[in-house]
Design a protein around this ligand. Sequence first.
Ligand code: IPE
Ligand code: IPE
Ligand code: MG
Length: 242
Amino acid sequence: MTTGPEAPKIPAHIAVIMDGNGRWAKEKGLHRVRGHEEGAETVRRITRECTRLGVKRLTLYAFSSDNWKRPAHEVEFLMALLQRYLAGERREIMENRIRFRTIGRRTGLPDEVRREIDDLVEVSRTNPGMVLSLALNYGGREEIVDAARRIAEDARRGIVDPAAIDEVTFGKYLYDPGAEDPDLLIRTGGDVRVSNFLLWQISYTELWVTPVKWPDFTVELLREAIRDFSARERRFGGIADE
Ligand code: IPE
Ligand code: IPE
Ligand code: MG
């Protein structure tokens, strides 16, 4: 296998905690929501670059199940921005043959947002390119609880034998059962924490944190993260290859 700076290994699945929009805006004397608008531009840039690099799946944390705690006007702005983004990206998504998906709880999302999601998921369903998965109203614990509840229901109906439940069975009850675990998790904004993102899936994911806030995140930084990832040795609990 070729390694080294000339030919970095491209992670098949990159997940991103897009953090720091509010602080980016505040720093400039702007309202927090301006940071979210600018962040949507970064989403476009990074999605395009990941397609170009041959990434198979990009999962973006766009709205957490805990973000409802924010002031109503910010939540409303984010939902409106999301709706605008979904409608506005349709063409780009189709042109780049991206398959669009979401993870998270549908309940709670405004009807208009749900309609845009369903529409985009449906029109892009057979696209052969990168999967773009947006985590919306997403919480890692919620995902595990939702899976456990559905397994329990299936067990009660006799569809699943409780004694036979293993990691593979459990994985089938997660929000996107077809998704491989992320290889690389990037967090912008400098905080070194997971904030309830993909708790089940990141057991052996490589973490990469940058102090750069999401609106300022660039394709160069993405390439730097990928180079760092490339140079790491993943052992999965085993020992290094001789
Ligand atoms: C991330 O930026 C976007 C969302 C959580 C929706 P923040 O809004 O969390 O920005 P900071 O972390 O407050 O700077
Ligand atoms: C994580 O960022 C959620 C998203 C990026 C959508 P938060 O800003 O919500 O996380 P905390 O509050 O800093 O942990
Ligand atoms: Mg934040």
